[in-house]
Design a protein around this ligand. Structure first.
Ligand code: NAD
Ligand code: MLT
Length: 308
């Protein structure tokens, strides 16, 4: 009977599906690393993870048993795909289950930045009634730049359109006609949108092209007062450049859900004025976690039973 190891926390609905699955057994073993992880992986035919566990070449090399790993979520950047392929391990993900939750988080961060919600809350609970200090900005009528028009980028676009924002987008795989039909003006490069956007949100993977997409050079071209949001992957914004941009007043604000190294408890931006940060919560809703867990269990059990 094929057996499955669950390497990160999985929603109760995913575990219930594993309990009910016929012809497979499973164990939950979270928090593993190093030799303990390597030897555990050799005891199972399939694995389910989120982003907590790191499946590095060291732990995958020499594995003779594991046939598949499913990431309950989008990004598979915590799994070394080259090492997995070398060991004959198939890597799968569940890309659609957390789209809406993550898009909603990006919009929530945009509102939080615009209306100073975290700072105003903090000031009030500390005993101050400071209405002047927290003058905000309205989103309607503002221009939002969206880099990456895939599942989450487009979900953000439709929500921002409902909020009466004007949309400019960049994605090398989107046609101008398709973008136009979605109410988005497509530009040929990110630089073209920088002088025009009041808000910029990124929804791409972290790649050689997107690493440091917002850097010192980009900040020279960006519209003064622009607010930036990253709910995609740490490293797409250069944090040192953001810090300078905030200190000089060129940037109106920065909201981050993701960091170059996670877990992250000491970003240079933490505690700065006009900065709102969350600890990688984009997909942390009951709905998203249920959906990705159920999809991950269905994918893995089907693969282990049928090879497809
Ligand atoms: P997706 O694959 O549907 O969309 C990504 C888009 O980025 C694609 O349309 C692609 O063409 C585009 N793209 C690739 N390279 C680009 C470049 N250089 N410039 C502009 N566009 C480029 O993925 P998705 O599901 O929308 O996820 C987007 C990102 O959000 C991923 O990095 C994913 O890991 C991350 N994510 C984060 C959370 C969270 O909790 N914060 C949750 C889910 C997903
Ligand atoms: C993802 O890529 O799916 C997200 O970053 C969400 C997560 O890791 O929970």
């Amino acid at each position: 009977m094929p057996s499955i190891i669950v390497l990160d926390d999985l929603s109760p609905e995913g575990l219930a599906l594993l309990d009910a699955a016929e012809g497979v057994s499973y164990e939950v073993r979270t928090g593993l690393k190093g030799d303990a992880l390597k030897s555990a992986l050799n005891e199972f035919d399939g694995a389910i993870c989120r982003s907590g566990v790191k499946l590095t070449p060291d732990v995958l090399e020499g594995n003779t048993r594991l046939r598949a790993v499913v990431r309950a979520g989008v990004g598979t950047d915590n799994i070394d795909k080259t090492a997995a392929t070398r060991a004959g391990i198939v890597v799968m993900n569940t890309p659609a289950g957390n789209t809406i939750s993550t898009a909603e988080h990006a919009i929530a961060l945009m509102f939080a930045l615009s209306r100073n919600i975290p700072a105003a809350n903090q000031s009030l609970v500390e005993g101050r009634w400071d209405r002047k200090k927290f003058m905000g900005a309205q989103l309607a009528g503002k221009t939002l730049g969206i880099v990456g028009l895939g599942r989450i980028g487009l979900a953000v676009a439709s929500r921002a359109r409902a909020m009466e924002m004007d949309l400019i987008g960049y994605d090398p795989f989107m046609s101008a006609d398709m973008a136009k039909s979605l109410g988005i003006e497509l530009v040929e490069k990110v630089e073209d949108m920088l002088p025009r956007v009041d808000y910029l949100t990124v929804h791409t993977p972290l790649t050689d092209e997107t690493r440091g997409l917002i850097s010192d050079a980009a900040l020279e071209k960006i519209k003064p007062g622009c607010r930036l949001i990253n709910c995609a992957r740490g490293g797409i914004f250069d944090e040192a450049a953001l810090k300078k941009g905030l200190e000089s007043g060129k940037l109106g604000g920065v909201a981050l859900d993701v960091y170059p190294d996670e877990p992250c408890t000491d970003s240079p931006l933490f505690g700065m004025p006009n900065v709102v940060c969350t600890p990688h919560l984009g997909a942390s809703t009951e709905e998203a976690q249920t959906q990705v867990a159920v999809e991950a269990v269905e994918l893995l059990t089907a693969y282990l039973k049928t090879g497809a």
